[in-house]
Design a protein. Sequence first.
Length: 95
Amino acid sequence: MFNAAPSDVRARWDKLWPDLYTEYDARHLKKELADRNLIVSDEATAFFSAWAIDEERHTDGFIRIIELVANGSEKDLRERLDARSHDFGPIIEQL
């Protein structure tokens, strides 16, 4: 953990948390698209699978960053991510 004032730690958390859950939500977006039968080709399936794997690596990276600079713990962060609701309505309406 980097040494910082509590207000700096909170500011880091506030900045990094949305980035973390955006990366994490890729798994849910892929499922949403599949559930709606919007992934209809082998090429699209391969793309979304590779994309979700890449976003999972980003999730792991953001978790580590938050552990180091914003006093987070992996267990707590993963619990928070799992507890979030996922609403892709605004995106799905555009498809």
